[in-house]
Design a protein around this ligand. Sequence first.
Ligand code: NAP
Length: 251
Amino acid sequence: MPHDFSNKTAVVTGGSRGIGRAIAKQLAAYGARVCINYRASQELAEQVVAEISQAGAQAIAVQADVSDQTQAQRLIAEAQQQLGPVDFLINNAGIFDVVAHDEFDEQLWQRTMKLNVDGVFYCTWAVKDAMVERGYGRIVNLASIAGLEAKPYSIAYATSKAAVVGFTRSLGQALAPENVRVNAVAPGLIDTEILHGVDPALLEKLIELTPAKRIGQVEEVANLVSFLLSDESDFIVGQTMVVSGGRVNLP
Ligand code: NAP
């Protein structure tokens, strides 16, 4: 087993599908107790819980819209109550849109910021004081390569993910002395439902722009998240690590 997360409690926001589901399953496979958050997909979330339970680990599903502060606080409280103090928070829930500048309005902007930025803040703030008090915590935020380069057809999304990168950088420095490590991952194109609305011709073009010439798999993101949660990455603080098949290279 690459990592031993036994006796750790993890909360994965948006764990019912896609990358979050892969993260939840991997953390459970490494021994963690996992709280799978979802907004609407109750059946899928319960399926993930069942799969984890069948494999012999402990998991619960908690419905909460994390773009609402009260619900984010309730999510963390329920995880703590049922699974114990939260060691790992993975801020994964996010929405994505491909829209031209003359087609998007304030509603899309607000919806994107509310989940992709405020949701990360609400969940983090609901858990960080307890982590500081215990002198232990690991937080990994899902950014995106969209937060690191220009995305003229995803302006709101790219802005929200750039905010996640900035939040991670500053909070990472603030909490490192307390042994609460905050980092982010920035995936490129990953095979999940979030891509279903994307024009197939555009997808082909994006694959062509990827040196690895393929779409990434959810497990490849989960591998990086697990590494950032583990003690093996103890000297990595406030960083955003790219998993994109070479599409974006940081200087
Ligand atoms: P996805 O397949 O669309 O899944 C999104 C997850 O977020 C679902 O579990 C969904 O739950 C949950 N969710 C949505 N709104 C929520 C809310 N208000 N409160 C709580 N949960 C909510 O997405 P994904 O592709 O796995 O992406 C996961 C993260 O990775 C996102 O932050 C995304 O921006 C980032 N990312 C993805 C890619 C990619 O290519 N896939 C690339 C870069 C970054 P319900 O089913 O219940 O709605």
